[in-house]
Design a protein around this ligand. Sequence first.
Ligand code: GLA
Ligand code: ZN
Length: 652
Amino acid sequence: MYLGVDYYPEHWDINMMDEDMQRMTAMGANIIRIGEFAWHLMEKEEGSYDFSFFDHVIEKAKGYGLKVMFGTPTATFPAWLAKKHPSILSKDEYGHTRAFGGRRQYCYNSKVYREYSTKIVRQLVNHYKDEEAIVAWQIDNEFGHEGSDQCYCDQCHHGFQRFLEAKYQDIDQLNEVYGTIFWGQTYNGFDEIPMPQPTITTHNPTLRLDWARFRSFSINDYGKLQIDLVRSLKGTDQEITHNFYGGFFEKAYDQNIMSEHLDFVSYDNYPVWGGLKEPLKPGHIAMTHDYVRGLKNRNYWIVEELMGAQGHNVIGYLPRPNQAKMWAYQAMAHGCENMLFFRWRGMTRGAEQFCLGIIDQDNEDGRKYQEVKSFMKDVVNHGTVIKSEIQSDIAVLYDYDNIWSWYNQQQSSTFNFTDELVRLYMPFYTLNTCIDVISIRKDFSKYKVILVPVMQMIDEDLSLRLETFVQNGGTIIFSFRSGIKDRNNNIYFGQVFPCKIRQMAGIRVKEGESLQLDQMVEIVGEGRYDGNKGNCMVWRDLIIPETAKVLYRYNDQFYKENACITENQYGRGSVYYVGGGVNEEVLEEIAKEIVQARGIPWIDSPKGLEVYKRDLNGVEWLFINNHTDREVMYEGMEIEAYGSKIVRGQTM
Ligand code: GLA
Ligand code: ZN
């Protein structure tokens, strides 16, 4: 097991290295990540490569028994390159060139940038391919983050037009699929097609979806160029990874594609960042881990685990004592098996002087140092269970085409895709069940339950796979606006909603409406839920049950005949349809009924206490994390505020 820190020795007096590394190893570290962002240090002038500083760092590290993850430095190109070739700089949607001065301002489609990236990476990896201290190469840093997924430069415009020509071949085919007859937008040639830059009203929905697909293609294509180069040069035992970040559903970038070319996936875990008043909800943090694990259906690394308050120009919430440590334990519970904390010491100069690390500006071994030390000294004893595979009976399915459609057309001003995915995820998280979060392109036939949040786009292929799943005894939970669009982002014509799943859901939907901020509709239970009440926000489908049973109806003047939540027995399985942004309590009761009926292991725990079970060689292990600010009792154990434990459970 690798446990370590992100280390930027180039930020400090070189004579501090010995003491730094001595303190790191005393803390329990056995690996450091270096090099990302240090392109200028390696190539001060074009073509004069010098790795002597990092040679020295690596020699020092080896003296302390520290292994190394080396980051390729292409996220921050040198000023001399921007000066010589300003064409590498990306442009925002207004066509403004992004100035040198931040990071990741390059265009993924810049031929010049690809040439220079290739040169520096080739020199770097050739220099260190036989260095046995280097166990992994991190490609660039957080592709697509901080707005870098979008570029509206000429290179991207021409690239987009070529991308469309390759996809549609014939401009008439594109016109037909887009419906460009609408508003007289018919194109005579691919070279007439714009990027979806600011206009009056809004762009064609299919053009906007194709643009997102092109952005994702651009990022993945640039990443693959570098991955293939490193793979062709690196040492046999050196692996390749890239570090993904949270907020992944907000980007025009499908990380599943990049992950296919990596040896392992890495994640940067920041439960709170910038001026947030409080951290993400525990279930939301858990979902991000399950998503990252789902990229390759394998455990992963965390190469940036938050320990100090973070932010560029605004910092907010201070993680309470042991809270950041608890988040690290939570990550281990959800499939992280090697972890580096961000960063060894906060840098007092430069743009991230408020991105605090383990060590602060006083350079003392303070509270955070002791927390990381205690964490490392503990988890190192649990390597086998931490590396074991997580077996889930439940999966959440997502599709980036669908997400990008929602991103461009929210339909409700209170809609947020991630919130709606977490809405279905949370009730099963609260029951402490193991949940995978995977792309629809992955096989989901092995699961007992699949959650399908706001899947507008359901095509024939997905419909058939879902049909097979439920016929074979699976349970599906759909939520609102399911099956209204085809994969071209166009609304199905001549078919009753929900298209492609109407029979299995046993319902039809004729009308619906968005619900605005602080607007909620009361829903009332029926049948076995008689007497229950709940509420619905964001959107509501006015469901007309056909073969389905009504579980909840709307309780309002015009629509009390319409259902909000239904259940349909179909084949050997069952299909639930949640027709709106329903509250947690209502969904928790349904989730509990499902896990019990399906014999899915679940654990009852006090609110805020996450108890994640791992079975290893006939022994149950429990990862217990208290996400609350008060002591909680569990099974005779006192779990302190923000406390964590890995305990051996019963023998099965
Ligand atoms: C991201 C980046 C790091 C650093 C941190 C600051 O995760 O990967 O380089 O900027 O944020 O929180
Ligand atoms: Zn560009």
